[in-house]
Ligand binder design. Structure first.
Ligand code: 3SK
Length: 531
């Protein structure tokens, strides 16, 4: 593909691209609809709000909002104005937001009414530079009663209501003349340890993910309706629900609430999306749901999965029922979207597929040397959508961004046909009796047992100081924890994998600790063990 020109304002690019689609629906949320014409008007209007609030080019603003049509307006309106939105997870604690506010030095905060109290708590607990809080969809006790007049000499932040601020602003006719390589937005990425890292992305990165993944791999066109269970504040959701559909003039369905199977199916049936984006845990619970819609009730033509490896059985059962493939892939906040993926017509469930064209992938050993097919190695990626850096974190930036290459922190194995299979996070891998054991591999086998809903495997250091595998297992309803069940599951794993991989210990639990995207937090299980 030909790279974009060195002048690129991604928001302005999208507005130009969709200029002929004024009456077409761009977004449908839980209560409202927005055409492309209205979206363009609101983006220009929002850039006027930023000017009224005194937010200047290259300054940061916090975007802490649920998925409604205001989210893309704030995100793209900021890009349009050359202001940098810092989009954050709506499920964090006040302590996390206090850290992010101080770290990003956000000048204003755009927040959903339901999250205002948490934001205020964060602001009260630490230093920050927020002068204005603008509340989208206020709730009853928000008290957004003040006049909406910006006064930059205040000592406490002014509270504004989103719609009133929009109504009072004069639209900004011209977009900021940004460069393709200019900083466009930040996302925060949390690792298994330490504070979240501010991942800094440029305008062209958004363009690349649409050109390299969404168009060729998903085959997305203007006739599609997208629906992403992953929220817009995740890199995965941002592409799925915003930049991909808008890059082709498609329609995106947004949902503010948590993606339960019932809520997800309701959108799939009511709005007839043609592309659905989920995560493995959700696909599993959708298949276990008591009221699965019939294939004839849905319009799905392709689905995507990321966040963690999709077990083969879930892919098979989903395709059997809905007649539609799930393209399992892996991306990262640092690469912005998916760089390794299954491709329609060539899906191999249980694998993460093949490199997305435009990205290079390598597996290396501890000394940085490429490993052979069938061997487990560390995953490195090279591609044009890589983030610029972690903000104000030289050490972590240097450890991750290695020239053109980026170290993902995942372990993979490639087979003779070039398909990649996930072998766990680098720091989750176990070495038992000198041999690598992938917790994911053992979990996948356990999950295939009819009594098992889900499982997580970690290393347990025994009294000899040797690492043994331990499985935390959630049983399906109607199955009771027992010694006999432990023995059955151990034998089941031994029958399916090299015997040394079977979990020496099994503990039954009610649920597993997970991130908001559904990734199992094995480090929490390890910590609980050590406590
Ligand atoms: O979790 C993933 O695989 C992923 C996919 C797309 C974008 C971001 C992420 C973390």
């Amino acid at each position: 593909i030909t790279p974009p020109s060195s002048d690129l304002n991604f928001a302005s690019y999208l507005l130009d691209l969709n200029a002929g689609r004024g009456d077409k629906l761009a977004f449908i949320d839980d209560t409202r609809r927005l055409t492309y014409g209205q979206l363009g008007d609101r983006i220009r209007q929002f850039a006027g709000v930023l000017r009224d609030l005194g937010v200047r080019r290259e300054e940061r603003v916090l975007l802490l909002m649920h998925d409604t049509i205001d989210w893309p307006v704030v995100f793209l309106g900021s890009l349009y104005a050359g202001v940098v939105p810092v989009a954050v997870n709506t499920l964090l604690t006040a302590d996390d937001y206090a850290y992010i506010l101080a770290h990003s030095r956000s000048r204003a905060a755009f927040v959903s009414g339901a999250l205002l109290d948490t934001l205020k708590q964060a602001m009260a607990s630490g230093p920050n530079q927020v002068e204005h809080i603008v509340v989208s969809q206020p709730v009853a006790d928000n008290n957004v009663a003040e006049s909406n007049v910006a006064d930059n000499n205040r000592s406490v932040p002014a509270l504004h209501e989103f719609e009133a601020s929009m109504a009072a602003a004069a639209p900004r006719a011209q977009a900021a003349r940004t460069l393709a390589d200019e900083i466009a937005f930040w996302l925060y990425s949390s690792g298994s340890t330490g504070r979240p890292k501010g991942v800094v992305h440029s305008h062209c990165n958004l363009w690349y993910t649409a050109e390299l993944y969404a168009k060729p791999v998903l085959g997305i066109t203007e006739n599609d309706i997208t629906f992403s269970a992953a929220k817009l504040f995740f890199a995965y959701g941002l592409g799925n629900g915003l930049t991909f559909p808008l890059s082709v003039g498609a329609t995106s369905v947004l949902m503010a609430e948590r993606p339960t199977p019932a809520a997800t199916y309701a959108r799939i049936v009511d709005h007839q999306p043609t592309i659905f984006f989920g995560v493995p845990t959700l696909y599993a619970s959708m298949l276990a749901h008591t009221a699965i819609p019939a294939r004839s009730d849905v319009a799905l033509r392709v689905c995507a999965s990321a966040g963690e490896a999709l077990p083969q059985d879930i892919g098979d059962r989903f395709t059997q029922h809905f007649g539609c493939e799930i393209l399992d892939g892996i991306g990262s906040t640092e690469m912005l979207h998916i760089f390794l993926s299954n491709h329609s017509g060539k899906v191999r469930y249980g694998t993460t597929g093949l490199p997305v064209q435009g990205y290079e992938v390598e597996l290396r050993d501890e000394n940085g040397k490429p490993v052979g097919d069938g061997e487990i190695g560390d995953l490195y990626i090279r591609g044009p959508s890589a983030a610029v850096m972690y903000w104000n974190n030289r050490e972590k930036t240097r450890q991750t961004f290695l020239g053109d290459w980026l170290k993902s922190g995942d372990k993979y194995q490639r087979d003779a046909d070039g398909y990649y299979t996930y072998a766990g996070r680098s720091d989750d891998m176990l070495k038992v009796s000198g041999l690598y054991v992938s917790p994911v591999e053992v979990e996948n086998v356990l999950s295939q047992h009819p009594a098992v809903l889900e499982a997580a495997v970690v290393g347990l250091t025994d009294s000899d100081g040797l690492v043994k595998t331990k499985a935390y297992v959630v049983l399906c309803q109607g199955n009771e924890p027992s010694v006999a069940m432990q023995e059955t599951l151990k034998q089941f794993v031994k029958a399916h994998l090299a015997p040394f991989k079977y979990p020496r210990y099994i503990e039954f639990v009610d649920d597993l600790p997970k991130t908001a995207t559904g990734k199992i937090q094995r480090f929490k299980l390890r910590q609980a063990q050590e406590a």
